[in-house]
Design a protein around this ligand. Structure first.
Ligand code: PLP
Length: 427
């Protein structure tokens, strides 16, 4: 095998080889053996407009012909990069009026973590370096972003250096609530635990808290009632920045332009990728509030330069694709369409709730998780569904569903009926 496959058991990869995709049409992909699959997880939660959008392809081609590359270093930039920054500043909530571009989500998270340090140094509080992250969070595979990630398999074997991460509990009501505890009481307890952690470590050593508004790769965990309100009250009391990792949720996935709007987060920094270009080009962005930006700019001026950037960050082809994706989202009235699809998916999943094999059905817009009691049955259901032509994703005992945002009524019905049949066959 010439490729070292990400998040794959290399021995299994050698034995079975990968399913190699060759072409895409709408929400479907076809492999080299001619099997067509309805991709109910949009690749990796990202192919929001499916796999054959002519407008995105034309935007990429047009920009390739016009100017295939330019950077944003040392006082230069490219037209679509400037346009996209301005467009995003107009769309982003609150005072997130500044944007830094990278290529991957991990780069956006690593940048956010570095900016936390830069910001507090510029503010004359160099001890505020630690970042609090949660169990079951996924924030990427860079050195800092992997350290922030709460899954042990992202740490095992790597001996990651100590980058001053503190960890707090995941917002899983199903698994972590005490008997008789309401969702609200559970959220308050999580906030009290956070505050105890901060007080124990010393608020003057903690720069930021990072969280996905809805946890994705950790099992599709929408926040329990009152969660973000309680967490943010603690952060405000201790002057701790909030980083919203919207790499999955940004641009419509939860039925709002940004999940921060839906769940009442007021972040100082916000990471985005995936839906930003519908995955037709690797591009990520970090949105920065006025307060953080102004302190960083002042600090950079004192130091002579802002010493951080990526050769391909803000790539003009990616930015042209993102501008077109946003234009499509605006024309289709993205939040309304996603909420409509979400209600349809929720209704279709409803009967599964009474299936004895099912522990929980969770949903936030077009992110859904069907958790089973037995992980082995989850794995078996996943395989069954694949043989029946529907691609799902296994996260522990949970099957994740996150179809392209253009998914049709018929496709939603097909996803859920294949899932139900596969489950019936697996149990
Ligand atoms: N943050 C979240 C919430 C993610 O879901 C991901 C990827 O799935 C990342 C960060 C890392 O993004 P990338 O794989 O583009 O580096």
């Amino acid at each position: 095998m010439a490729q070292l496959y990400p998040f794959t058991d290399p021995v299994a990869a050698r034995t079975h080889g990968p399913t190699v995709m060759m072409s895409g049409e709408g929400c479907c992909v076809t492999d080299t053996d001619g099997h067509t699959y309805l991709d109910a997880v949009s690749g990796l939660w990202c192919a929001s407009l499916g796999f054959s959008n002519d407008r995105l392809i034309a935007a990429a081609e047009g920009q390739m012909r016009q100017l295939p590359y330019y950077h944003s270093f040392m006082g230069r930039s490219a037209q679509p990069t400037e346009q996209l920054a301005a467009k995003m500043a107009s769309l982003l909530p609150g005072d997130l009026n500044h944007v830094f571009f990278g290529c991957s989500g991990s780069e956006a998270v690593d940048t956010a973590a570095k900016l936390v340090r830069y910001y507090w140094n510029a503010r004359g509080r160099p001890n505020k370096k630690r970042i609090i992250a949660r169990d079951a969070a996924y924030h990427g595979s860079g050195i800092i972003s992997a350290s922030l990630t709460g899954m042990s398999y992202c740490h095992d074997g790597f001996d990651l250096p100590d980058v001053a991460v503190l960890r707090t509990g995941r917002p899983s009501y199903l698994h972590d609530a005490k008997p008789g505890e309401t969702e609200r009481a559970f959220s308050c307890r999580r906030a009290r635990e956070l505050e105890a952690l901060i007080e124990q470590a010393g608020a003057d050593t903690i720069g930021a808290f990072i969280g996905e508004p809805v946890i994705g790769s950790g099992g599709v965990l929408p926040p329990p009632d009152g969660y973000w309100e309680e967490i943010q009250a603690v952060l405000a009391r201790h002057d701790i920045l909030l980083i919203a990792d919207e790499i999955i949720t940004g641009f419509g996935r939860t039925g709002a332009w940004f999940a921060s709007e839906k769940y009442g987060l007021k972040p100082d920094l916000m990471t985005m990728a995936k839906q930003l270009t519908g995955a037709y080009f690797p591009l990520s962005a970090l949105a920065i509030s006025d307060r953080v930006h102004d302190a960083i700019a002042a600090g950079a001026h004192d130091l002579g330069t802002f010493g951080h950037g990526f050769t391909y960050g803000g790539h003009p082809v990616g930015c042209a694709v993102a501008l077109e994706a946003i234009a499509i989202y605006e024309e289709m009235d993205l939040p309304a369409v996603v909420m409509d699809r979400s209600r349809m998916l929720e209704a279709a999943l409803e009967p599964l709730k009474s299936n004895p094999a099912v522990a929980d059905v969770r949903l936030a817009g077009l992110m859904a998780g069907v958790e089973l009691h037995d992980k082995k049955i989850t794995a078996q259901t996943l395989r069954e569904a694949e043989t029946r032509g529907v691609l799902l994703r296994q996260i522990g005992a949970t099957l994740a569903i996150s179809p392209p945002l253009i998914v049709s009524d018929e496709e939603i019905a097909q996803i859920v009926s294949v899932l139900s049949d596969s489950l019936a066959n697996a149990t």
